[in-house]
Every structure is written in structure tokens, then in C-alpha cells.
Design a protein around this ligand. Sequence first.
Ligand SMILES: [Zn+2]
Length: 77
Amino acid sequence: MRRIRALVREKLAQGRLPKESCQSVNAEPGIGSLCTVCDLPIPRSEVQVSCTLRVGAVRVFHRACFEEWRSKIRGSA
Ligand SMILES: [Zn+2]
């Protein structure tokens, strides 16, 4: 969890994570897609959170990664 927090802070500072909130959020079983925060695949045994941004792009996250990212952009908004 500590590593996720550091990753989110670093990627936000570098502009590698969006700073806008999601238009819609879906949770479903993982399909092996790479997580936006930690760049690791999200296996079927874990929940994949999909966030659709205003621009229409979809980002996928592990649930813990998503919660950390969302709390950070909310905190800075
Ligand atoms: Zn992740």
C-alpha cells in the first residue's frame, strides 16, 4: 500500500495519471489488463476497476490503486 501511494504521487506529478475524475466507474473481474498505477496485470481473481474519463479514454486499475488515485485527485481538487 505504501508503494501504491508513492507511485500515485509520482505519476500525478509527472502527468502520467489523469487529474480529472471519472465520468463513470465499473468494477468487474480482471482480464489481465495492465493497471494504470502500478503497471501490473489485473488477474481474473481480482477486481478490475474501469474509469471512463471525460475525453472518452478508459483507464483500468486494481481496486486499491484506484482508491488511492481517487483519494489523491479529490484531495488536490
Ligand atoms: Zn495496480
